[in-house]
Design a protein. Structure first.
Length: 124
């Protein structure tokens, strides 16, 4: 496994863990309950699906799994945006900014990986 893959495995793992840690700081209101559940699932799914992509059975399977990673990162980005509108605490806003920036970067990375993989498949 190359160093970029290992770095992305670690980043996606930490994105999920850091998001869960942040979610634990939120009060459990009716509105937050929905967001907490959705964001907990999508943010941890980014890393879980990227991990799974490393055992893809074919190039098509890899592209499909990377597409799921990209979608989950986008969904996480959405829920982080919603939270940013609801959270008032300054420290939580800072944490949200870090998580939002990471979700944005992950979206770009995995969209690029998917597009490159699709192009490379066409060339063969």
């Amino acid at each position: 496994m190359n160093s970029k893959t290992e770095e992305l495995l670690q980043r996606t793992f930490l994105f999920g863990v850091n998001t869960l840690k942040f979610l634990n700081t939120l009060s459990y209101t009716i509105a937050n309950k929905v967001i907490i559940n959705q964001l907990a699932k999508s943010s941890t799914s980014v890393g879980a699906n990227y991990e799974e992509s490393q055992a893809a059975e074919s190039k098509d399977d890899f592209i499909h799994k990377i597409g799921i990673v990209s979608k989950e990162a986008r969904e996480s980005k959405f829920w982080l945006r919603v939270l940013n509108e609801l959270v008032k605490d300054g420290n939580q806003k800072k944490q949200l900014k870090v998580l939002s920036e990471e979700s944005e970067q992950l979206c770009k990375i995995f969209t690029s990986i998917k597009l490159t993989s699709q192009e490379n498949k066409k060339k063969k």
